[in-house]
Design a protein around this ligand. Structure first.
Ligand code: KIV
Ligand code: ZN
Length: 403
């Protein structure tokens, strides 16, 4: 991977940081179903879990590495604290992947050092160096994160990053762990790293951020303008507390406003080459699947994937839309995979329409599961005039869980 790509790397952490949000726990089969869909969506990296955290997480990383981490598939990544047992477990779970990455981290802010790690700066520096080198003994692709970088002393941060790169980190990920920075501060932090870490060009700069102030996506876009080339995000923005930066918002901002962002990536303003490798038409499907399997509902006014994101209620807006839809829409619903010809399913619907609608909702069931789901659908359709997407999702969801 070139050190300064002119496309943005999309690192999806739905299955790791996303799953860390209260109530969103997924079983291994559900994780596998999401990982398969993330591969169809075209993400570059899937952070499949935290292999050392539990036997279930280990198994999920391993099975995803095997089933999705194929030669032409995405990079499969496992998180690991900067502790040798964590790194060893990550390396072991990742073995079946054609492209494996270990993502190791340690806090660098004084508040974390004092209260959480109970270590000095020089101890943290030594651990970071030793553990990145240890990770490198297993895989060539190593990512290092100085946790709570946004609240760390910049001089110390530069020093840790320089050492991590010197011993083999190929991606340095800059987290705003508590979602504290404003967008311009985030941009300045990335510029500071570019200007003050002497070997920074030997690694990709990545960003990771939480949405405590609702600013994560805005912060990432400023980071891109200042040299970040990898974005760590989750589907529907799920994650710890207020969540992580939302993949669909980042991707569509870079897609809709590509001519604005082109010059920051050294491309001609008019270039129409996509800024990411994401197949945007898979966005809606992926959003539905993640919402269904995690049980995390998407708010109706959520940008891009909310139920109202392409709905027009006021008479003035509807009138404008009928004359020219760009009067009130900056992107087409079809570009995220929403179909305009919604099939209404009822008791007269056949298996094909049923399968097609499930596919649109992100479910691809095997023949056996499809048969069982279809029988339940017919049963329900006898009792209800119209079977809603909610009904279908709940039927399909049960079948996925029983796989
Ligand atoms: O928020 C955070 O700092 C993290 C790290 C592990 C990257 O999730
Ligand atoms: Zn995080």
């Amino acid at each position: 991977m070139p050190s300064q790509p002119d496309q943005i790397i999309i690192f999806d952490t739905t299955l790791r940081d996303g799953e860390q949000c209260p109530g969103a726990t997924l079983n291994v089969d559900e994780k596998l179903a999401i990982a398969r869909q993330l591969a169809r969506l075209g993400v570059d990296v899937i952070e499949a879990g935290f292999a050392y955290a539990s036997p279930g997480d280990f198994e999920a990383v391993q099975r995803i590495a095997k089933a999705v981490g194929t030669e032409d598939g995405p990079i499969i990544c496992s998180l690991a604290r900067a502790i040798s047992a964590d790194i060893k477990a990550a390396a072991e779970a990742l073995k079946p992947a054609a492209h494996a990455r270990i993502h190791t981290f340690i806090s660098t802010s004084d508040i974390h050092l004092e209260y959480q790690l109970k270590k000095t700066r020089s101890e943290v520096l030594a651990i970071a160096e030793e553990m990145v080198a240890y990770a490198k003994s297993f895989v060539t692709d190593v990512e290092f994160s100085p946790m709570d970088a946004a609240r760390s002393d910049p001089g110390f941060l530069y020093q840790v990053l320089e050492r991590a790169i010197a011993v083999g980190a190929t991606t340095i990920n800059i987290p705003d762990t508590v979602g504290y920075l404003t967008p311009s501060e985030f941009g300045d932090m990335i510029r500071g790293i570019k200007e003050n870490v002497p070997n920074v060009d030997q690694a990709i700069i990545s960003v990771h951020g939480h949405n405590d102030l609702g600013l994560a996506v805005a912060c990432f876009l400023e980071a891109v303008k200042n040299g970040a080339r990898q974005l760590e995000c989750t589907i529907n923005g799920i994650g710890e507390r207020a969540g992580n930066a939302a993949l669909e918002e980042l991707v569509m901002a870079l897609h809709v406003r590509r001519q604005y962002f082109n010059p920051f990536l050294g491309r001609p303003v008019e270039s129409d080459t996509p800024l990411t490798r994401i197949n945007t038409q898979e966005i809606y499907k992926t959003s539905r699947l993640v919402s269904n399997l995690t049980g995390m509902l998407v708010q109706p006014n959520k940008a891009i994937v909310g139920a109202n994101a392409f709905a027009h209620e006021s008479g003035i807006h509807q009138d404008g839309m009928l004359k020219n839809k760009h009067t009130y829409e900056i992107m087409d619903a079809q570009s995220i995979g929403l179909t305009s010809n919604q099939i209404i399913l009822g008791k007269h619907s056949g298996r094909n329409a049923f399968r097609t609608r499930l596919k649109e909702l992100g479910f691809e069931l095997g023949d056996n599961e499809l048969n069982k789901a279809f029988i339940r659908f017919k049963d329900l359709a006898d009792k209800k005039k119209e079977v809603t997407d909610w009904d279908l999702e709940s039927i399909a969801n049960d079948e996925v869980q029983q796989v």
